[in-house]
Ligand binder design. Structure first.
Ligand SMILES: *Cc1c(COP(=O)(O)O)cnc(C)c1O
Length: 355
């Protein structure tokens, strides 16, 4: 039976990206060696890093004066690497969900942290809106897509201070005005690659200002200067990233990804709103196009387990909601197709017809 992968991360990748990576794992560029066995300094591998970097810049229209680096440690390492490099006295955080809160916790190790806005009291069922950004912050940190709660900020805000964004779960799903940010970071395993690499886009002239000595590995300058080759980078995840970037470009770039994201999410939300069994969990204006969260309506609560079984039998994978929301979550990243979304919609309709 065909499987439709709605996992929140690691998540679905385009089939051809997986196949091309698999080929290179067996025989890298006809060298007779696996991609896993070669030196990261092999002359055949440098072009992979160069192309991945160039494609990130091209696809996201990264302006002059920014560097793109690939690091290990996941987005979670960035929760501390960002304040280590950028926090001088005081940073502001928008607390829009679990990941935003974790980022804020790490920043407190490096200086004063202000929670500029929060939707925690409403269990993050909407984004914080209409908050004031103090002008004396070293930076404001936002999380553009709240993977767990299913809210998303799909625009680039104006901030009177440096703006830093965790875009782990919606990068490459829309055009971004990078010039509004001083740093953007994203763990790759949601929308770009397998787990193991994190993409960081950082403005060069803000580096080196932190009033602390940084361990070499934590200083972004180390990796900018060495082109992500200071130490052994995650070779296979970077290769897969490059393949995904090629795929995004061939499909029509981030504008086309944006169009598809709207198409998939709007169809699924329309079914959630129409179907008597289900309801969405977040404010309509803040609904994520990437992570679509829904629960059973109260009078059908006892059908939750049986819907999950029903959907699983039909090939739906990964739709169980995160424990802090419950219900269901269908993640529709770039590689998801309307075919997959329609299969889920049909499953919901068929289940409704039985009840
Ligand atoms: C998954 C996720 C993270 C954590 O990523 P790791 O790579 O596992 O550290 C951080 N932020 C957001 C928005 C995420 O979705």
């Amino acid at each position: 039976m065909k499987k439709y992968n709605f996992n929140a991360g690691p998540s679905m990748l385009p089939r051809e990206v997986i196949e091309n990576t698999a080929k290179q794992i067996l025989d890298f560029n006809g060298s007779g060696l696996s991609l896993m066995e070669i030196s990261h300094r092999a002359k055949d591998f440098q072009p992979v890093v160069d192309e991945a970097e160039a494609l990130v810049k091209e696809l996201l229209n990264v302006p002059e004066g920014y560097s793109v680096i690939f690091l290990g440690g996941g987005a979670s390492l960035q929760f501390m690497q960002i304040p280590a490099n950028f926090l001088i006295k005081k940073a502001g955080y928008v607390n829009s969900g679990t990941w935003a809160k974790k980022a804020m916790k790490e920043a407190k190790l490096f200086g004063e942290v202000v929670e500029v806005a929060s939707s925690a009291d409403d269990n993050y069922t909407h984004l914080p809106h209409n908050y004031e950004i103090p002008a004396d912050l070293d930076y404001l940190h936002i999380c553009t897509n709240n993977t767990i709660f299913g809210t998303e900020l799909r625009e680039d805000i104006d901030a009177p201070v440096r703006l830093i964004a965790d875009m782990s779960s919606d990068i490459l799903s829309r055009p971004v005005d990078v010039s509004k940010y001083d740093a953007i970071y994203a763990g790759a395993q949601k929308n770009m690659s397998m787990a193991g690499v994190t993409v960081i886009i950082v403005k060069d002239d803000v580096l080196g200002k932190a009033p602390r000595e940084l361990p070499t590995m934590l200083d972004y300058r180390t990796h900018v200067e060495k082109g992500s080759m200071f130490n052994t980078p995650p070779v296979v995840p970077i290769y897969t990233l490059m393949e995904t970037l090629r795929w995004v470009k061939a499909q029509g770039g981030v504008k086309e990804m944006d169009r598809r994201a709207h198409e998939c999410a709007e169809a699924l939300y329309a079914e959630i709103d129409r179907n008597k069994l289900f309801r969405g969990t977040v404010a309509k204006e803040d609904r994520s196009l990437m992570n679509i969260c829904f629960v059973m309506n109260d009078e059908f609560k006892d059908l939750e387990k049986s819907f999950l079984d029903f959907a699983t039998e039909r090939g739906m994978v990964g739709i169980k909601g995160h424990r802090s929301v419950g219900g269901f979550r269908a993640s529709c990243y770039n590689a998801m197709t309307m075919e997959g979304v329609n299969a889920l919609i049909q499953t919901m309709k068929d289940f409704e017809a039985q009840h």
